[in-house]
Design a protein around this ligand. Structure first.
Ligand code: ADP
Ligand code: MG
Length: 405
């Protein structure tokens, strides 16, 4: 029996837009707000993590891929030391004096851009005053890292205005600096995967990241007859912050019980697990160790073009996150279960959990059915309508438009 799906059941797409068009519109907005054109427009991408969840703070591995969805920053240098920032995603602009700025006084979204500029200056680079106007196609809070996209785009814009060349070494410095801005000034724990993907990704590749050493390696992504579908569940359960902290604390306790600094590698998983009598710690460790092994296995599957094996690893990862690490939720489980019923190769939650997005590896021929089935399943359960992206691997943060400089 073939099923036909009504078009209105297919759900919404999160459109990345065209960089040139978005940039031209942002230039026009900047001119309207400031009466002069910007000196340049810089963009940094969001990302999706293919494998390696809750491994970063355990010194493990992860495998993000940059998306064509980016945050754009139009910038112009000022003659004074004021930093003004407008975001088309937020109500109200802010304006601060870079002299005498106390980063502890920053609140809300302003702490991301101002935190980056403040840390650039604190690291010894003299920052001029600047006007910034921001627009973004990275959905906020969907687990696709709108925060790192914002930090990294602002970092490139500010470096250009300060006439600091951004070579490969400087990109590495900017990763650390943006991570520090989010940890120390915004005050949210971040492992560094997002900023690394935003600043180092290459088009057509996923990025294997060793979170302990910062070493990265490109992994060419090519599945000609399969799609990587991202499903933004639009769910964000309020538990997430406290639970994230709990998981980190449990991992630290388990590492201490095993006499390890970090749950990076189990020389022998069986031996390690036998030594942990606490059921919760046992399951947390089983997730972290097995997830790290799955990152290596996923890299081999991607390089070998083995879509079935990669799909199997996705599903195994989801089961581990759901049952052993306990960070999934009803919406994420529903995406995975529905996609598997519809014949996807595999599916998993991605990001920290308790909401955000899931990823599905699916044959192109089954893509529309999976989308329709997920949309209907969400409607039946009374969940908010999900949004979809067919992911392609984009490149790192860069200048999109150079105007008057
Ligand atoms: P995500 O998973 O999307 O990174 P976070 O909670 O880490 O979610 O970051 C989201 C926060 O980043 C927003 O609440 C806002 O403060 C800030 N942010 C992200 N994008 C923008 C934007 N375009 N303009 C202003 N602030 C933004
Ligand atoms: Mg974030």
């Amino acid at each position: 029996m073939t099923t036909t799906w009504r078009l209105d059941e297919l759900g919404d797409d999160l459109d990345p837009g065209r960089p040139r068009e978005l940039s031209a519109a942002l230039v026009a907005t900047f001119e309207r707000l400031h009466g002069v054109p910007p000196a340049g427009v810089f963009a940094a991408p969001g990302r999706v993590n293919l494998m390696g969840e809750h491994t970063d703070y355990n010194g493990g591995w992860c495998l993000p891929m940059a998306l064509p969805h980016a945050t754009y920053v139009a910038v112009r240098r000022r003659d004074d030391r004021r930093l003004t920032v407008t975001s088309l995603q937020q109500v109200g602009a802010f304006s601060i004096d870079l002299d005498g700025l106390d980063p502890a006084s920053l609140r809300g979204w302003s702490s991301y851009p101002a935190g980056v500029v403040w840390l650039l200056e604190a690291s010894g680079l003299r920052m001029p005053g600047m006007d910034l106007v921001i627009d973004s196609r990275v959905p906020v809070g969907a687990g696709l890292s709108s925060s790192a996209a914002l930090e990294c785009a602002v970092a490139l814009a500010a470096c250009a205005m300060a006439e600091v060349a951004v070579d490969a070494q400087m990109r590495r410095r900017l990763i650390d600096l943006c991570v520090r801005a989010e940890r120390e000034i915004v005050g949210s724990p971040t492992g560094g995967m997002d900023q690394t993907a935003a600043l180092l990704a290459r088009p057509g590749e996923a990025l294997l990241l060793d979170c302990l050493t910062g070493r990265t390696e490109g992994v060419s992504w090519s599945f000609p007859e399969a799609s990587l579908l991202i499903v933004d569940t639009r769910a964000q359960h309020s538990l997430s912050d406290g639970q994230y902290g709990d998981r980190r604390a449990e991992c630290a306790r388990a590492a201490a019980a095993l006499g390890l600094d970090l749950l990076r590698e189990a020389p022998d998983l069986g031996v390690a697990l036998r030594r942990l009598t606490d059921d919760i710690l046992h399951r947390r460790v089983r997730h972290v160790f097995s997830e790290n092994l799955r990152v290596g296995a996923a890299v081999r599957a991607i390089r070998g073009g083995e879509h079935r094996e990669l799909g199997r690893l996705f599903t195994e990862s989801h089961e581990s996150l759901r049952d052993d690490f306990e960070v999934s939720c009803a919406e994420l489980d529903l995406v995975v279960d529905t996609a598997l019923v519809e014949g996807a190769y595999g599916a998993r939650m991605t990001g920290g959990g308790f909401g955000g997005s899931a990823i599905v590896l699916v044959a192109d021929a089954k893509l529309a059915r999976v989308r329709a089935a997920v949309t209907s399943a969400f409607a039946e359960r009374g969940f908010t309508r999900p949004a979809f992206v067919v992911a392609t691997a984009a490149g790192a943060a860069a200048e999109v438009e150079s105007l008057t400089r």
